[in-house]
Write a protein that binds this ligand. Structure first.
Ligand code: ADP
Length: 501
């Protein structure tokens, strides 16, 4: 028989209890009162019918009532209407001590969650004289529980807690992702959900995590209730649950993302393959076209020389056009070959002294520089890791264009380099005709020209070659310009960094 169930009329027991309590309590009633009033628990005594006889000061601090204002008030009137039934039922219990949780009205009208302990008070002869109630404000705890419940119920992430290889808790999203109900899952081994092929990996990750790595993140496949394979990204965290080590798992279904990733990988591979094929085709076509074209060129030139003035005037003109057309075609094919060689016939990346490279370029451009009365200034140049031949081609095209697209004034070209976070930043600046910013990107595309060949000689391949070279070095190229204001071509080559060798 428990202590609570001892009949109240058992006088000997009552007196013994009183003696024990008295021995451990302060003798001074003032001291006793101070203890009761400073207690954070809500302590009160009610009449048999439930009206307040006395309340401690915690009622004021926690619930906003002055002690005097509650005397005589029916305590049940301050209990939430939805909870009154449960409290009444508990109060009717024959046991001396009962514990019940309910909501109590604060003086401001809000509801405070309390957990109540009741004891019935008896007089010396065993008659019930009232009820002693000690209650605790558990609002903060309830709030925390509510928050957790809301978060867990509405989380888009499947959450579970496992301990000793048994699932202890799952949230609704976890049930939805796996297709199993909480009843089915709780108590089962979380590894059972995992596809057999992936179990060892998941097991090893979980063990490593529980041994010390606080968090593990990995992807694996599960079999849901419908027998479908789903890809899961799981983050597993080591936690303490009910006083012992446990694992908190977060499930995100990444099946769709995985499928998209695989599709993307396939497309990238396919693109790389067709790009390679195209490069190869351009190379073979331009290379193989050179031979018959050379023949056509030499025979039309021969025709021109041998029969000039011997046929009629029309024939002379036709031959001249044919020679011009063949020359242009040769130029186009040579440039196209240069373009396709950037990707297929590159040299290894090695330290290159840019001063020497630019000196060679200026050497080959001497005649054009002199003819145009141009000045070319070169700033301090670094040594960088690059393909020397291609670097030369790059400067040759950019400086060549700066001379070709000149304005009224004599061309003034400057080449500078500065080291930045991303690598070496080069600039080729001119005072020429400039470019409308609307075409700033288009000019780097093969065959894109802003002028007819009658205005300026060219094939529209030079800048496309520049871009391909810079790309191969892992850098980027762009232009800043406006019509009549000159142009500045910028390119950045990463320090020693290349994306191909
Ligand atoms: P091309 O010079 O053979 O036409 P590019 O690819 O070198 O081919 O240049 C593409 C176009 O960009 C040129 O036709 C020209 O209109 C423009 N362009 C290139 N460089 C300059 C420059 N320095 N100033 C003005 N326009 C330029």
């Amino acid at each position: 028989m428990s202590a609570e169930a001892v009949p109240p009329w058992d006088r000997a027991h009552q007196l013994e209890r009183l003696r024990v309590v008295e021995a451990s309590l302060p003798a001074d009633p003032d001291e006793l009162r101070t203890i009761v009033d400073t207690s954070d628990d809500l302590i009160c005594v009610t009449e048999i019918d439930g009206r307040f006889r006395w309340v401690n000061r915690a009622f004021q601090r926690r619930l906003g009532y002055t002690p005097g204002s509650l005397v005589g008030v029916q305590s049940f009137s301050l209990i939430h209407p939805d909870d009154v039934g449960a409290v009444l039922e508990a109060a009717r219990s024959p046991a001396n001590a009962i514990t019940v949780a309910f909501r109590f009205r604060h003086a401001d009208g809000s509801w405070v969650h309390v957990e109540m302990n009741r004891r019935i008070a008896y007089d010396d002869v065993g008659n019930r004289t009232g009820t002693v109630i000690v209650s605790r404000d558990v609002t903060a705890r309830r709030l925390a529980e509510d928050r957790f419940r809301l978060l867990s119920e509405h989380s888009p992430i499947g959450i579970y807690i496992a301990q000793d290889r048994e699932i202890r808790y799952v949230n609704p999203r976890f049930e939805q992702l796996t297709g199993f109900s909480a009843e089915e899952l709780i108590g089962s081994d979380p590894l059972q959900l995992v596809l057999p092929e992936d179990r060892q990996m998941v097991h090893d990750c979980a063990v490593a995590m529980l041994k010390g790595e606080r968090q593990a993140e990995y992807e694996y496949r599960i079999l849901n209730r419908a027998g479908e394979i789903r890809w899961i990204m799981e983050s597993l965290v080591s936690i303490e649950y009910e006083g012992r080590r446990a694992a908190l798992g977060n499930y995100i279904d990444v099946t769709e993302r995985k499928a998209q990733d695989e599709e993307l990988q396939r497309t990238i591979k396919e693109l790389a393959r067709s790009n390679e094929e195209l490069g190869q085709f351009a190379y073979v076509a331009s290379h193989d076209l050179q031979e018959p074209l050379r023949m056509v060129a030499s025979f039309t030139q021969l025709l021109g020389r041998r029969y000039k003035g011997k046929l009629d005037e029309d024939a002379d003109e036709f031959i001249r056009y044919a020679v011009q057309g063949v020359n242009r075609m040769q130029q186009l094919i040579n440039d196209l070959l240069d373009y396709s060689r950037v990707g297929t016939r590159g040299n290894p990346m090695m330290p290159v002294d840019c001063d020497k490279v630019i000196a060679r370029v200026l050497d080959s451009l001497t005649t054009r520089i002199d003819e145009n009365d141009a000045t070319v200034t070169i700033g301090p140049m670094p040594t960088i890791v690059a393909d020397a031949m291609q670097l030369e081609q790059l400067f040759q095209n950019l400086i060549g264009n700066a001379l070709k697209y000149r304005g009224e004034a004599a061309p003034a070209v400057s080449v500078t380099a500065a080291e930045e976070r991303d690598g070496w930043h080069f600039q080729v600046k001119d005072n020429g005709i400039g470019i409308d910013p609307a075409y700033a990107e288009r000019i780097f595309i093969i065959f894109q020209r802003l002028h007819g060949k009658e205005e300026y000689e060219g094939t529209g391949i030079g800048l496309a070659i520049c871009k391909k070279i810079v790309d191969r070095h892992g850098g980027r190229i762009w232009v800043e310009s406006s019509p009549g204001q000159g142009s500045t071509f910028h390119f950045i080559l990463p320090n020693g960094g290349t994306n191909q060798s």
